[in-house]
Design a binder for this molecule. Structure first.
Ligand code: HEC
Ligand code: HEC
Length: 509
């Protein structure tokens, strides 16, 4: 990657409003040249503390004025942005109700909450984003998945020419002709569920300087009991656990120009880390946009991500994805014949525009918790190690969000998400083999690290990475390969004390 500051200095950036991939739904106030300079200076100052021993003056509040200072307990990810108005807090709590709503089979007496399935993975958003935190793989091999889902596709089919035309370097897989774009292991009565996920784990050792080797577990996945016939050829699957829900509105308000400034697709600076922007087709705006959400950044906006989840995960139609039958394909007759739950009171779909907007508002405003122990000597040493080991090349510490016309909660905040929002090749060991948009089967979006230190407190477990294979922060790091190989080797080779400092830093986020 290129350093943020250098990139800003080297490139004559277009005004935000002219950036072709920018967010059409945000009312952005274009930056002036003077503002750009101020932002670059603030970012430079924030990163300058990398090797120093003092806390940056804004570092404690990871998400600026939205940061929650509520107690670091099991509800730590469920608080609204701290700077919401009274009215906005009302919307947040209505959105929370919709996020928790258990959908029922249509037709039901309550038309507002029917339309489940026919095929689905869970009956509510909250069932996967447990306590607004991350999901986990099934604990027992006999269990259905509860907060994990599996995408499926066929690699090598001719892609839609419109997509190839609109998106440079498009490599996405096509939906499976029988099973669609996602595998559902639940269904309403009379419709067979598609499959049952099988997982086996194989232990293997990774050496660590000065310590016993770490024992990691390598997952193997099986599409068990496929109910609609054999899968055929060239299919690939991508098992993913639900990510934590905090700080998402801020990630949506990061300027496209700032994300693009971090890309280095040909690794021009020779640091082994490239970083490519995801570009995806927006169903809402009917054009290509920068991809931001999802583990391969396959969705451009929070609203589309929510519409996607309603359709594929729960089987609920919305004005953006209006098909009542969700992910059913033409080969799934019982699924297509099942009654839908759309009604005129709800814009003809199973969830109305207004409800979709409230869930989106909720998703945008789950607050990032305040840092803990950020001034502790070990944490500050660990922060320096994080930079020296090369972690910050992808887990980019800071951004300043766009200034928004409505001056809303996400407007013009200095934030510390520790992500560059870009795709990176993480090597064959983490590959799922299922391309998405411009992302290859080996690429993933750098996940934000804010809040990772509270995973045990909120979720009662420490399963990390896209499929929860890592059982601790250390294991998560030791799985890093590809562009992150040097960073991983650095961690393997450091002394146990230095490694402990690095982990203390991550735990303070
Ligand atoms: C079956 C489990 C499941 C359900 C139900 C579910 N999600 Fe998710 N959610 C996921 C997974 C897995 C991802 C990652 C998706 C990807 O990589 O494309 C995700 C991603 C997201 C993201 C993007 C987060 C990020 O960091 O990029 C948002 C926002 C989100 N979900 C909101 C919702 C909403 C709103 C609902 C209910 C309408 C919902 N989800 C229902 C599993 C679920
Ligand atoms: C080349 C880019 C890159 C570098 C360098 C890098 N990471 Fe990552 N990191 C990623 C990506 C991408 C993932 C997600 C991989 C996946 O889910 O399979 C990730 C995942 C993680 C996770 C798990 C997060 C979660 O929510 O599950 C942790 C913790 C982490 N990285 C810490 C580090 C540390 C510490 C370093 C430095 C030693 C580092 N990373 C270096 C790109 C990088």
């Amino acid at each position: 990657m290129r350093s943020f500051v250098t990139a800003l200095a080297l490139i004559a950036l277009p005004a935000a409003a002219d950036t072709p991939l920018d967010m059409p739904h945000l009312d952005i106030i274009p930056r002036t040249a003077a503002e750009r300079e101020r932002i670059a200076a603030v970012i430079a100052e924030a990163n300058d503390t990398a090797t120093g021993d003092t806390v940056h003056r804004f570092e404690r509040m990871s998400a600026g004025a939205t940061t929650s200072e509520a107690a670091a307990n099991g509800d730590a990810f469920s608080h609204p942005s701290a700077n919401l108005s009274f009215e906005e807090r009302g919307d947040f709590f209505i959105g929370n109700g919709l996020f928790r709503r258990l959908w029922a089979t249509a037709p039901a007496s309550t038309i507002a909450s029917d339309g489940l399935g026919p095929l689905y993975n869970a009956r509510s958003c909250q069932r996967c984003h447990l306590k607004d935190g991350r999901g986990h793989p099934p604990e027992n091999t006999d269990d259905l998945t509860t907060s994990m889902l599996v995408k499926i596709g066929v690699v090598g089919l001719d892609a839609d020419p419109a997509l190839l035309d609109a998106i440079e370097d498009y490599v996405g897989a096509s939906a499976h002709p029988v099973y669609g774009g996602q595998l559902q292991d639940r269904s309403i009565a009379g419709v067979p569920p598609e499959y049952k996920l099988g997982i086996t784990y194989e232990p293997f050792e990774v050496t660590l300087n000065g310590e016993e080797p770490a024992i990691l577990r390598r997952p193997t996945y099986e599409v068990g009991s496929p109910a609609y016939g054999p899968l055929g050829d060239n299919w690939a699957i991508s098992p993913r656990i639900a990510p934590q829900m905090i700080g998402l509105g801020l990630l949506e308000a990061i300027a496209v120009e700032d994300i693009l400034a971090l890309t280095d697709p040909d690794d021009a600076d020779g640091d082994g880390v490239s970083g490519r922007a995801q570009v995806v087709w927006s169903d809402e705006f009917d054009r290509a946009l920068l991809g931001r959400f999802g583990l391969k950044a396959g969705d451009p906006t929070l609203r589309e991500q929510a519409a996607d989840a309603f359709s594929n995960d729960i089987g609920i139609s919305s004005p953006i994805l209006p098909n009542d039958h969700g992910d059913c394909t033409a080969e799934q007759a019982e699924c297509l014949a099942a009654p839908g739950g759309g009604s005129p009171e709800q814009d003809g779909t199973e969830v109305a525009q207004n409800a979709l907007d409230l869930v989106t508002f909720y998703s945008a405003n789950l607050a990032v918790p305040v840092r803990r122990d950020e001034g502790d000597a070990a944490v500050l040493r660990g922060r320096a190690v994080f930079h020296e080991a090369g972690c910050a090349a992808c887990h980019n510490p800071t951004f300043v969000t766009h200034r928004l016309q409505d001056g809303g909660p996400q407007s013009f905040q200095l934030i510390w998400p520790y992500t560059d929002m870009l795709l990176h090749d993480m090597g064959p060991d983490l590959a799922d083999g299922l391309p998405e948009g411009r992302a290859s089967g080996q690429e993933w979006r750098t996940p934000p690290l804010w809040g990772v230190g509270l995973t045990q407190t909120v979720s009662g477990h420490t399963y990390f990475l896209h499929d929860g294979r890592a059982r601790s922060l250390t294991e998560a790091i030791l799985w890093h390969g590809g562009e992150a190989e040097t960073a991983r080797t650095n961690v393997q080779e450091m002394t146990p004390d230095t490694r402990a400092d690095l982990i203390r830093f991550l735990e303070s986020l």
